[in-house]
Design a protein around this ligand. Structure first.
Ligand SMILES: Nc1ncnc2c1ncn2[C@@H]1O[C@H](COP(=O)(O)OP(=O)(O)OP(=O)(O)O)[C@@H](O)[C@H]1O
Ligand SMILES: [Mg+2]
Length: 234
């Protein structure tokens, strides 16, 4: 059975059709699926539909169960957690307080704890009492990912995590994601940085004007001419 199955998805904002009939599957044995596309192709719209923040036509199933009509809170409880674009930290709270916000929705059966997050991102341990708005962009992204992990997701959705990050910080994040996979958390990675996301994911969906224009294994698509031209500029 698929972990996540999106069927005939359509999302509109009034007259603007942002998502025009999308099918997408995350299988149980996938560790990381990437969804790539340029600005305004509907990536955030798609993930906001998954996490119950937008109404849609079609259906989204998680472990075979429809998520249609469920609140975001219920969807988080089922194990889908979104780390939003631009991080959304609470500026005047400390690193630790921001991280612990991820746990508010939980019962006792946690497997990812604050120590797991500090293990993944040692810089955050040193800065646990620092106020969030003074963090660098990379550190803020680590807090956002850590907070999402503390909600103990089965499926973690990252919306453009590399936005504004220097190459070295992107590398740190890539290493952390490799470790996250080992905690049996599946990742849906939304990115414009195609090269970076191909290195981490096994399977890729390419979004263009609200439709999937191409999909395949990262290996197959890495040398695809359209992708090289469109995203890699080579
Ligand atoms: N709340 C909204 N009201 C009206 N139109 C919207 C709204 N949110 C997004 N759109 C439009 O829907 C389309 C898809 O936007 P979306 O944010 O999903 O794209 P994206 O692929 O995430 O882009 P980016 O890479 O810039 O984040 C765009 O044309 C956008 O202007
Ligand atoms: Mg977006």
């Amino acid at each position: 059975m698929a972990l996540l199955e999106i069927k005939n998805l359509k999302v509109s904002y009034d007259r603007i059709k942002a998502i025009k009939n999308i099918d997408l599957t995350v299988r149980e044995d996938n560790h990381c699926i990437a969804l790539v596309g340029s600005n305004g192709t509907g990536k955030s719209t798609l993930v906001n539909a998954i996490t119950g923040m937008l109404n849609y036509e079609g259906d989204i199933l998680f472990n075979g169960e429809s998520l249609k009509g469920l609140s975001t809170k219920k969807i988080v409880k089922k194990g889908i957690v979104q780390c939003p674009e631009r991080r959304h930290l609470f500026d005047y709270m400390s690193v630790k307080e921001n991280l612990l916000l991820g746990t508010y929705n939980l019962g006792k059966d946690r497997f990812i704890t604050l120590d797991t997050v500090y293990d993944l991102f040692p810089r955050l341990k040193d800065r646990e009492n620092q106020i969030a708005y003074t963090l660098s962009g990379g550190e803020a992204q680590m807090v956002a990912v850590g907070r999402s992990l503390l909600a103990n997701p089965k499926l973690l959705i990252l919306d453009e995590p590399t936005l504004g990050l220097a190459p070295i910080i992107r590398n740190h994040l890539a290493e952390a994601l490799e470790k996250i996979k080992k905690h049996n958390v599946k990742i849906l990675l939304v990115e414009q940085n195609v090269k970076w996301s191909f290195d981490i994911s096994e399977y890729v969906y390419v979004l263009r004007e609200g439709k999937i224009s191409k999909s395949g294994t990262s290996k197959e698509l890495r040398n695809d001419e359209e992708i090289r031209k469109h995203f890699l500029g080579v």
